[in-house]
Design a protein around this ligand. Structure first.
Ligand code: G3D
Ligand code: MG
Length: 187
């Protein structure tokens, strides 16, 4: 495919009518792979060097589901993980969240409770998907612990790898389903 074909395809996708629109966010400790997961999902590749120069934290992706087209506005907390007060601005209007920890970093798992509390305070009872990322590496946090946390907080749990692409689409699709069903039950 030549580059002008690729451009017109992208343009066509951007013009496609959407039926629903939702702001969602990807949260969790620094370095767990939030940007990698978002870029892998939206752009379809994994490139650590690119991530450092990306300079943006807002992505758009349309997702077709059950006859609806949901336009996801994905806000990736770019560096704000460490600055709670700034982060609060991000939560305005958020309808769903992907909460990421790194399976090779136990501290990122231990901090999940803080993230859940923060989201609930800022956004109320929105759908959250728990994602244990870096599944391509040997885990220091067994997946059973992720499953247990997810059961306790009544959220789906997915193991992913932004590097191999494992379950990345699934995580965003599962979130989209929950956001859509929440939207249709409130209208
Ligand atoms: P963040 O946005 O949560 O801060 P990043 O995290 O997406 O910037 O990723 C942090 C580091 O983890 C990056 O490595 C990135 O390449 C790596 N990473 C992210 N996801 C995965 C994954 O699924 N598997 C593996 N093996 N590595 C991953 P660097 O070296 O650039 O710091
Ligand atoms: Mg990041």
């Amino acid at each position: 495919m030549c580059s002008s074909d690729a451009f017109s395809e992208k343009e066509a996708a951007e013009r496609r009518p959407w039926t629903h629109i939702a702001k969602v966010t990807v949260i969790g400790d620094a370095e767990v792979g939030k940007t990698s997961l978002t870029v892998r999902y939206v752009e379809g590749y994994f490139n650590p060097k690119y991530l450092m120069t990306i300079g943006t934290n807002f992505f758009v992706k349309d997702i077709e589901m059950d006859g609806s087209v949901l336009r996801l506005q994905i806000w990736d907390t770019a560096g704000q993980e460490r600055f709670g007060p700034i982060r609060r601005l991000f939560y305005r209007g958020v309808k769903g969240a992907i909460l990421v920890y790194d399976q090779t970093n136990p501290l990122s798992f231990e901090r999940l409770g803080y993230w859940v509390e923060e989201v609930k305070q800022a956004c109320g009872n929105i759908p959250i998907i728990l994602v244990g990322n870096k599944a391509d590496l040997p885990a220091k946090v067994p997946p059973e612990r992720g499953e247990q946390f997810a059961r306790e907080y009544r959220m789906p749990f997915i193991e992913s790898s932004a590097k191999t692409g494992l379950n990345v689409g699934l995580a965003f699709e599962r979130l989209s389903q929950l956001v859509l069903s929440r939207a249709s039950s409130s209208t």
